[in-house]
Structures are given as structure tokens and as C-alpha cells.
Design a binder for this molecule. Structure first.
Ligand code: 3PG
Length: 345
């Protein structure tokens, strides 16, 4: 896999795929800019070399339609603050006319061609640049046009963040010290369900959040390693639902984590956006930190949560990826990495 360190981009137009899918509050402001900050080393490296950048990302799921609430205005402001220069937001059709060294293309998922992985859309996009850089490890589990088709039309490279994520997770994948405990919570349960078996082949225990447990029950899923699966014992109620793990589950999970030597955690265990449902995730975070295990946490919401409580640097590594990290650790081939030649090396 070639990385941007293998090439000089002086005078080149570079299409740079980032993941600026940051959590927003109800007023549309960025709650946590971790993913944007993590993209900065690649952006500045390329700018310092004298490249012209077209930044590409998605935000949310607008399903191929322009949706004002998912425009990049809040992301653009954060980028301008960190880069200390104006960043224009443009549709890809207008991008060529833009002056200056950085342009932010509008939310790529406003175009139906992105999620449909339409090659003619990718080709049109590719005509804007001389090279493509993928720094969106966290979106590399998606077979979308800006992830898998752009590399067909342009010389392509891994960005510094993508490289860093892969190196950190590879280490974790190849040499996990045991007991190895995985904690899988959060939303997007359909994505996660398919990884539980694979993760349970690696880990000694897989602790499951309420939503995922409900999905397992609803689908009648027969799990491969049931003895390793630890389901929640109770929920903490709110709005007639279970919005956090309950006290017995917190004790059970902390007990399993206590002696772990490696912990991987994807997805929070409650509705952490509301403080009253964050206690379960906080107890799990504290148990992981207290275990002194090699610890990896992943996912936009979980990372924002750890940031809010100043716990990020207490973990060995915080990945920008949620689903992508889980898929990578489950041994699935990520289409975005495959397109960069990672599995051919
Ligand atoms: C994420 O938030 O995990 C990535 O940005 C991918 O987003 P997606 O699940 O909407 O494809």
C-alpha cells in the first residue's frame, strides 16, 4: 500500500477523502471535532508540499439528496479555525473554478452516485485531480464511489491517519494479550451483529450492549461461541425503553474487564448524549482504564463521549473508526483498503 510519504505532491491537484462525519448538536454545531483534528496531519503535509486540495467527505445519511441540515457549514468553520485560512464549500461541478489551495466539496452523499458506487460519477470526480488520497479509514468498510472507485481512475495513496489506524489495529490484531475482552454497544446494530461471531473467535469474552442484545433476540441469531457472549442482565429505564445498562450489568461487565490484558470497545452502552444515561458507559470506561489492559476504543460517538470526560488519552489508542474498526478486527477485508492494494502487499 503506497502512502503519501512515497510521493511528492508539489503542484498536484489532490482529491483527499477524509471522514468529517462528526457528531452535531440540535443546532447543527460540531459537538466533537476529533475526526477533523485527526485529519489535519495529512492535510497540512499535502499543503506544505504545495498541493491543491479537494477535500471529500460524507456527513450523516442524506441518501442521495441535498439536505441543508447536513451541509458542511459547521465542518468548514472548524477546518478554517485549524488551517487558519478560508475554506470554500462547493459542489463538485463548481469545484474547478475555485481559487485557493483548499476546497471542501459538498457532502458527497448528496450525490446518489456515491452510495451506489457509480463509476461514471467517480470518473467525473476523478477529473478534478491528479492523485487520490484516502485518509478515511473509518469509512473504508463502505463500497462507495469515493472510497473504492476513485482509486481506479487516479494514482492512489493512503493518508497518514489511515496508515496510523491500520498500524495500531494490526498490532492489536496480531498480538492480543489474553484475557481479551471486547465490548460491543452502540447503534447500527445490523452492521455490528454480523461481527459478533468473528470477534468472539479472537476474544475471550464479548460484552454486548442492550440494543445489540435486543437485535440478537429479535432475529433469533444463533451465535457460534455462546459461552463467550456476555449479555446484559438488566437495563436502566427511560421513556419506556432501556436507555442504559442497569446496575447488575455494570457490575458484571466490570468484573469481566478487571483482569483483561486487552480490551476493544466499540459503541457506547447507553444514550450517552443525555447525562442521565451515561453512567453505564462511564463505569465501563473506568473499569477498562483501571485494568491497565492494552485498550482500543472506536467510533464517533464513543470517542466524543471519552473526549467529553477527558478520558481519551487514558486509552492506549482511540480509533476514528466504529464499524470499520470492528470489521477490520473481525478479519474482514475492508473495500477501501483493498482498493489501495493493502491486501496485495
Ligand atoms: C462512521 O461514522 O462510522 C463513518 O463515518 C461511516 O459512516 P456510515 O456508517 O454512515 O457509513
Amino acid at each position: 500500500m503506497k502512502t503519501i510519504r512515497d510521493q511528492n505532491f508539489q503542484g498536484k491537484r489532490v482529491l483527499l477523502r477524509c471522514d468529517f462525519n462528526a457528531p452535531l448538536d440540535e443546532n447543527g454545531n460540531v459537538i466533537d471535532d476529533f475526526r477533523i483534528q485527526q485529519s489535519l496531519p495529512t492535510i497540512t503535509h499535502l499543503l506544505e508540499q504545495g498541493a491543491k486540495l479537494f477535500l471529500i467527505s460524507h456527513l450523516g445519511s442524506p441518501k442521495g439528496k441535498v439536505q441543508d441540515s447536513l451541509s458542511f457549514n459547521p465542518i468548514r468553520k472548524v477546518l478554517e479555525k485549524y488551517l487558519n485560512q478560508p475554506v470554500a464549500e462547493v459542489s463538485f461541478k463548481e469545484a474547478e473554478k475555485i481559487e485557493g489551495s483548499v476546497a471542501l466539496l459538498e457532502n458527497i452523499r448528496f450525490n446518489p452516485g456515491e452510495e451506489e458506487n457509480d463509476e461514471s460519477f467517480a470518473k467525473e470526480l476523478a477529473s478534478l485531480g491528479d492523485a487520490f488520497v484516502n485518509d478515511a479509514f473509518s469509512a473504508s468498510h463502505r463500497s462507495h464511489a469515493s472510497i473504492v472507485s476513485l482509486p481506479k481512475f487516479l494514482p492512489s495513496y493512503a493518508g497518514l491517519l489511515l496508515e496510523k489506524e491500520v498500524l495500531a489495529l494490526e498490532h492489536f490484531l496480531k498480538h492480543p494479550a489474553h484475557p481479551f475482552v471486547a465490548v460491543v454497544g452502540g447503534k447500527k446494530v445490523e452492521d455490528k451483529l454480523s461481527f459478533v461471531d468473528a470477534i468472539s473467535n479472537l476474544a475471550d469474552f464479548v460484552l454486548i450492549g442492550n440494543l445489540l442484545a435486543q437485535e440478537i433476540a429479535k432475529k433469533g441469531t444463533v451465535l457460534k461461541n455462546p459461552k463467550k457472549i456476555v449479555l446484559p442482565l438488566d437495563g436502566y429505564p427511560g421513556d419506556g425503553k432501556e436507555l442504559d445498562i442497569g446496575p447488575r450489568t455494570r457490575t458484571l461487565f466490570a468484573e469481566k474487564i478487571k483482569d483483561a490484558k486487552s480490551v476493544f470497545w466499540a459503541g457506547p452502552l447507553g444514550l450517552i448524549e443525555k447525562k442521565e444515561y451515561a453512567a453505564g458507559s462511564l463505569e465501563v470506561a473506568k473499569a477498562i482504564i483501571g485494568s491497565f489492559a492494552f485498550s482500543v476504543a472506536g467510533g464517533g460517538n464513543l470517542s466524543a463521549f471519552l473526549g467529553e470526560y477527558n478520558l481519551r488519552d487514558k486509552f492506549s489508542y482511540v480509533s476514528t473508526g466504529g464499524g470499520a474498526t470492528l470489521a477490520f478486527l473481525a478479519g474482514k477485508k475492508l473495500p477501501g483498503l483493498e482498493a489501495l492494494g493493502y491486501y496485495a502487499d
